[in-house]
Design a protein around this ligand. Structure first.
Ligand code: SF4
Length: 312
């Protein structure tokens, strides 16, 4: 029996105060308008309880393509995960995080939980180009508040930088700014809507065979319980089974997803398949190395710095 390492659950989708150009769901090249949809809380709780009973318990990412803190149920969802000892990985733009939220996260969570801020810029001018009309300095203050006030509790805190045309010149400055100040830094290339690496940023290609890391490790459950092939299916083009009807583990081990994995790894996809021609999979073939201060995970177009020391 296979178990996912992580499950991204769309407890609520279609709500984000930003509309970043690069976003698969809200960006200027998104193929349609993302509608708002929400999973009823009793169903959310049912899913969390089912995950808690799994033989190998995955972490939960409480969102697919949306801002998780826009969900009124998020505090209850976090509490339900904490009560059941389920780790979480939360990615946020930070805009809706006010002081009460930050204090809640510090007091409820520990370092098995990760909160990472997608900032993508060092200067205000660039932030506005790549993300939106919010104060970057205010978002950075929230990162520092968590680090400075968490003591021995509170989540691991990271910052993310998605490299694209308008910000790539700030990549090194971003690293210089945050190295040694947060627990983790992620740098990755922003893909276009065709799931391709823009030509300017194409570096090399990892030709090692294998299935996509998303298909193998990260399960994606939409608001209605439908399982998607990965989080880049922002509009529900793929349907691999419904967890409310079939159960989480059954869908993850089911015929539909197994067939996608088999065809993807054997290079048997045709142009009607969602995964056809996808280059995102290159981001998932990680190599690990260690420096004096960091454990680093590197793949083509993706680099994680995990700081070894305790920060704060
Ligand atoms: S190959 Fe691409 S589209 Fe298919 S699961 Fe992996 S990331 Fe998603």
């Amino acid at each position: 029996m296979k178990y996912p390492r992580k499950i991204a659950i769309g407890f609520q989708e279609g709500t984000c105060p930003l509309h970043c150009k690069k976003c698969f769901a809200f960006g200027e090249n998104a193929k349609k308008q993302k509608n708002i949809a929400k999973m009823p809380y009793d169903r959310a709780l049912w899913l969390i309880s089912e995950i808690a009973q799994m033989e190998q318990i995955p972490s939960i990412q409480p969102h697919i393509f949306t801002e998780p803190f826009a969900n009124d149920d998020l505090q209850k969802i976090i509490q339900a995960c904490v009560d059941r000892n389920i780790c979480m990985s939360i990615i946020t733009n930070g805009i809706l995080l006010h002081k009460e939220w930050l204090d809640f996260l510090i007091h409820k969570l520990d370092r098995r939980y990760t909160l990472s801020f997608s900032l993508d810029a060092v200067t205000q001018q660039t932030y506005e180009k790549v993300r939106g009309n919010y104060e970057l300095k205010e978002l950075e203050k929230k990162v520092r508040y968590l680090i400075c006030n968490r003591g021995d509790c509170g989540p691991r805190v990271g910052v993310n930088f998605s490299v694209e045309e308008e910000n790539y010149t700030e990549t090194e400055d971003f690293l210089g700014k945050w190295k040694g100040k947060v627990d983790a830094i992620r740098i990755n290339t922003a893909f276009d809507q065709g799931k391709k690496i823009p030509v300017r940023f194409r570096k090399k290609r990892d030709d090692r065979p294998g299935t996509c890391g998303y298909l193998e490790e990260v399960m994606v459950i939409d608001t209605d319980g439908q399982v998607r092939v990965c989080q880049f299916d922002a509009f529900g083009d793929t349907m691999l089974g419904n967890v409310f009807e079939e159960g989480i583990v059954n869908v993850w081990n089911g015929e539909k997803i197994s067939e996608v994995r088999r065809r993807q790894s054997n290079d048997e996809l045709n142009h009607n398949d969602f995964c056809y021609g996808c280059e995102i999979t290159e981001m998932t073939k990680f190599r690990t190395c260690e420096t004096e201060n960091y454990i680093m995970k590197e793949a083509d177009h993706s680099l994680y710095y995990n700081y070894k020391e305790v920060i704060g």
